[in-house]
Design a protein around this ligand. Sequence first.
Ligand code: RB5
Length: 148
Amino acid sequence: MIKTLHIGCDHAAVDLKDLLVNALKDRYEVVDHGTYSHESCDYPDYAHAVCRAVEKDPESNGILLCGTGIGMSIAANRHDKIRAALCTTELHASFTRRHNDANVLCLGARMTGEELAMAIVETFLHTDFEGGRHLRRIAKLSISNEAE
Ligand code: RB5
């Protein structure tokens, strides 16, 4: 089964988004939620569009890109079923899949070069969640499941 990837960015990251879409579109069902130009826009609009799509299809993953990756990760993590991770190294990508079962990867186009960004994406997409004790911890991420 081909995995669906929902991808979105703001104006600061259009070039990196286009590069990733092109690199991934033959291997994944890539849904490009925009933005599509360098015209200034608001990153939460794209974060919420991608996160809603991932929440609707839990088998899918999201990739969100802005200048730093920080705004996207803040917006994305307001969604209850989203575990978004801002990654600057392949090791971050590996651990956040193995331990946090992250379903959205955030990258900063002004912080991370294209080659490294691509390597981080590949690691994120090819690393499995370890489950076990991490399942309990992930359940506690929701405030409503907080320990007494
Ligand atoms: C846009 O200038 C910039 O603020 C945005 O891309 C992002 O870095 C926000 O966190």
